[in-house]
Design a protein. Structure first.
Length: 134
């Protein structure tokens, strides 16, 4: 049969409230989707020869920079457990900024990043203290 201790250990690895890695992965995936959509829109503008400085600046502000914010916030959640609240706020801010031009990565990246940021804001370590163990 199945060893109950191994199943508990396996399921505890994926628990949102034991580790902040789930929030980090969701935020990074949302940032990657937003980045892909922003690059596709920028490529369509360049191919359509409708390129101007204002279009490029709008794509940079509305798509690529927020995607970088989401990915950086997700990486901060993963590697710096003590910065989870600040990183969650950065991810939420980046996802809100991505609504300006890329429609939040066609709404998929937006919802993933919002969900990951909220998970990070709700995260707390065991015993009320942050542990340094992985």
């Amino acid at each position: 049969m199945v060893n109950k201790e191994k199943v508990k250990k396996f399921l505890s690895y994926f628990s949102v409230f034991n580790r902040n890695r789930d929030a980090a992965v969701i935020s990074i995936i949302g940032g990657i989707i937003t980045m892909i959509v922003a690059v596709i829109i920028l490529d369509l503008i360049i191919i359509g020869k409708q390129i101007s400085e204002s279009n490029i600046i709008l794509i940079m502000i509305g798509g690529i920079i927020p995607a970088i914010m989401e990915i950086a916030g997700g990486l901060a959640m993963w590697f710096r457990e003590r910065l989870n609240r600040i990183a969650g706020a950065i991810v939420i801010l980046g996802s809100l900024l991505s609504l300006l031009d890329t429609e939040g990565g066609l709404a998929i990246g937006f919802f993933l990043s919002i969900f990951g940021g909220l998970m990070s804001l709700m995260y707390h370590s065991q015993n009320g203290r942050f542990s340094t163990q992985d």
